[in-house]
Ligand binder design. Structure first.
Ligand SMILES: Nc1ncnc2c1ncn2[C@@H]1O[C@H](COP(=O)(O)OP(=O)(O)OP(=O)(O)O)[C@@H](O)[C@H]1O
Length: 286
C-alpha cells in the first residue's frame, strides 16, 4: 500500500537559525491515527505545519499522495484547492483560527469559499448542530469561553469534511467533559476512515492512536502507544510525562516480592486498562 504522506530526510531550520526538525523519515497511511509526542520545543508544531504545506523543508522531501509538496505545487490553484479541502489543520491556539464577527461565520468561512451558498449553509448548520454550538453560534468568538473557542475552531475545520485532520493539542483548554467529547470525536472520525495526525500529551488521547512517534527534533522512537508508554526510561529521558497509573504498575512490577504474582505484557496507560488488569488478577485469585 502506498503511503498518504512520505517524509524523506526532512530538515527544517527557522530563519533565526533554530533547527526544528532534523532528518525526519516518516510514512503515514490513509485511515491511520498517528500521535506525535515530545517535549516543548521538539518541533511537533513545525512538523504539522510541514504536513499542512504551510512550511516546506529546507532539506529533504515530503510527498503527499505521491506528489512532492513544494511551493510550486501549492501555487497551482487546482492542486491548492484540492489539498486545502482534503487536509484540515486544527491549530493549538483557537484564537488564531477565529476571526469572524460570529461563531457561525467562522464555521461557514471555508464552506463559503468551497461550495455554492446553499450547500455552504447546509454543511455549516450540520456541523453547528453536531457539535452542539447552537447556543453560541451568534456570539462573537471573543465573548465565548476557551473550551467553546476550541470547539468552534474544530467545527471550522470539520465543516470542510477533510479526509486528513491535523490536530495540535486538541484537548488543551478543555474540561473533562469536553476532553471526552474530543476523544469520542476522534473515535468517530477514525471509524469513518479519516487519517488523523495529532500532537498531544494526553494519555487518554494517545491510546487512540495506531502508532505513536516520540519527536525531539529527531525521531527518538516509534511504536504503538503501548510500546512507547511501556518504555518509561525513554519517556523520562525525553522529559515526557509518564502516566501516574503506569508509574504505579512499574513500581509494582519492580517489587521483587510481587513480580511472580503480576504477569502482564505491557504496562497500562489508562485507568481503564489498569482496571482490566487488576480485575483479571483478582478474579484469578478467587
Ligand atoms: N517562527 C519561529 N522562528 C524561530 N524559531 C521558531 C519559530 N517557531 C518555532 N521556533 C522554534 O523551533 C523549535 C520547534 O518549535 P515547535 O513550535 O515546532 O515545537 P513544539 O514541539 O510544537 O513545542 P511546544 O510543545 O512548546 O508547543 C523551538 O525551538 C522553537 O523555539
Amino acid at each position: 500500500m502506498k503511503p498518504l504522506y512520505e517524509l524523506k530526510n526532512v530538515y527544517y531550520q527557522y530563519p533565526d537559525g533554530t533547527i526544528a526538525l532534523d532528518n525526519i523519515n516518516m510514512k503515514i497511511y490513509e485511515g491511520e491515527v498517528v500521535a506525535i509526542i515530545g517535549p516543548n520545543g521538539a518541533g511537533k508544531t513545525t512538523l504539522l505545519k510541514i504536513l499542512d504545506a504551510l512550511e516546506f523543508p529546507k532539506k529533504g522531501e515530503v510527498y503527499f499522495e505521491g506528489k512532492k509538496l513544494e511551493e510550486r505545487l501549492l501555487n497551482d490553484i487546482e492542486f491548492m484547492k484540492y489539498f486545502r479541502k482534503k487536509v484540515g489543520f486544527i491549530f493549538q491556539d483557537p484564537d488564531t483560527m477565529l476571526f469572524s464577527p460570529t461563531v457561525w461565520d467562522d464555521v461557514a468561512f471555508a464552506p463559503l469559499h468551497l461550495y455554492d451558498k446553499d450547500t455552504a449553509i447546509k454543511v455549516t448548520e450540520k456541523v453547528i448542530n453536531e457539535m452542539n454550538l447552537n447556543h453560541i453560534k451568534d456570539k462573537h468568538p471573543y465573548n465565548i469561553s476557551g473550551g467553546e473557542k476550541k470547539k468552534s475552531s474544530i467545527a471550522a475545520v470539520l465543516s470542510i469534511t477533510p479526509d486528513v485532520i491535523l490536530m495540535d493539542e486538541p484537548t488543551s483548554y478543555l474540561d473533562p467533559k469536553s476532553r471526552n467529547y474530543i476523544i469520542n470525536l476522534i473515535k468517530d472520525l477514525k471509524s469513518k476512515n479519516k487519517t488523523i495526525v495529532f500532537v498531544s500529551h494526553d494519555p487518554n488521547l494517545i491510546t487512540l492512536a495506531d502508532r505513536c512517534y516520540i519527536l525531539n527534533k529527531k525521531i527518538i522512537a516509534e511504536g504503538t502507544p503501548k510500546e512507547i508508554f511501556s518504555n518509561v526510561e525513554i519517556l523520562e529521558e525525553n522529559n515526557l510525562d509518564v502516566p501516574e497509573i503506569t508509574k504505579l504498575f512499574k513500581l509494582l512490577l519492580d517489587d521483587k516480592d510481587l513480580i511472580s504474582k503480576i504477569n502482564i505484557d505491557n504496562l497500562p496507560i489508562t485507568v481503564d486498562e489498569a482496571y482490566n488488569i487488576l480485575k483479571d488478577l483478582l478474579k484469578s485469585k478467587t
